[in-house]
Design a binder for this molecule. Structure first.
Ligand code: GTP
Ligand code: MG
Length: 299
């Protein structure tokens, strides 16, 4: 059975399928096959280091190796196992505070809505904080989702201080006994120091109301940007205390191999992937389903 995660990898899988066709059981791959595979892996944004390592693993395989495809699958799973999978989990007796950060248009607001829907479906109460005070449209977007999900949205006037919104949202979450405080922030370039400094201020505002908050800072990456997302992650990790990643728009991406590059390079769990624009199009990241989605036959 192919799940949403596997289906969302169809474009990435298409990039790999030609090269994979020559990798068959009971046959040692020739040099041409290995080179084509390395190129295809790089094209799918697995990253040059990981691509080389995966191919080298096949090249060095013992002559009696039964199944090169199985060997590749195992090596990919091993790469993914390098990164953490567990998050901090919800704390006891107070709201869990989750902050969504990322560059412009990466999918933060949509992901906030999807997460809200997911938690509500799990029976947890949710409140949204619209800390994107740059764009009135950003606040409206969250309010539309809030109304649909019957989730309150804390918002201020456009141009206001995002840290103040965070403060008020945490305060409302605490006084109302809410389970999850989900904060959507404005898109920011990872290269702009002042915007990164604003994130520290947001952190402090949350901690002022709820000791230990934020519990999670999830960086929403646009999976269609591939390797560029990796550079963003490194910057956000340094400046914003990121605790996990969400790979949005995996469904539209031919660069979905980036999860392997992330696992190879960053000690951060990929928590969820975006599998479409709909409210239900969010799947927990699952290494096996992901690798099967990359290597599997086209549906
Ligand atoms: N196909 C697909 N589209 C997505 C996914 N997640 C978000 N989008 C689309 O990406 C576009 C941008 O999403 P937003 O959630 O507004 O992104 P944002 O990061 O909040 O943008 P800014 O607030 O402007 O920085 C919208 O058209 C979304 O519908 C996904 O998983 N799959
Ligand atoms: Mg937004």
């Amino acid at each position: 059975m192919v799940g949403a995660l596997g289906r969302s990898l169809s474009r990435t899988r298409a990039r790999l399928s030609d090269a994979l066709r020559h990798l068959v059981p009971s046959q040692k791959p020739d040099e041409e096959t290995l080179e084509a595979l390395e190129e295809a892996l790089i094209a799918a944004d697995v990253g040059p280091t990981t691509a080389l390592r995966l191919v080298e693993n096949l090249r060095q395989a013992p002559v009696d190796d039964e199944s090169p495809p199985e060997r590749l699958r195992a090596a990919m799973l091993e790469t993914l196992a390098k990164s953490k999978t567990e998050g901090n989990g919800p704390p006891d007796g107070r709201p869990q505070v989750i902050l969504l950060v990322g560059v412009n248009g990466s999918g933060k607001t949509t992901t906030a809505a999807k997460l809200g829907a997911r938690y509500v479906a799990q029976g947890r109460s949710v409140i949204f904080g619209a800390a994107d005070t740059f764009r009135a449209a950003g606040v409206e977007q969250l309010e539309v989702w809030g109304a649909r999900l019957d989730v309150s949205v804390i918002a201020h006037q456009p141009g206001g201080d995002p840290a103040a919104v965070v403060y008020d949202t945490c305060e409302a979450g605490r006084s109302r006994g809410i389970n999850v405080v989900l904060i959507d922030t404005a898109g920011r370039l990872h290269t702009k120091d002042n915007l990164m400094a604003e994130l520290s201020k947001i952190h402090r505002a949350a901690a002022k109301v709820i000791e230990g908050a934020p519990d999670e800072v999830w960086l929403v990456l646009d999976a269609t940007t591939g390797q560029n997302g990796l550079r963003q992650a490194e910057e956000f990790l340094q400046h914003a205390g990121v605790t996990g990643l969400i790979l949005a728009k995996l469904d539209g991406s031919a660069k979905g191999g980036v999860a392997l590059a992330i696992a190879e390079t960053l000690d951060l769990p990929i928590r969820f992937v975006g599998t479409g624009e709909g409210i239900d199009n969010l799947a927990p990241f699952d290494a096996e389903a992901y690798v099967d989605g990359l290597l599997g036959e086209d549906q």
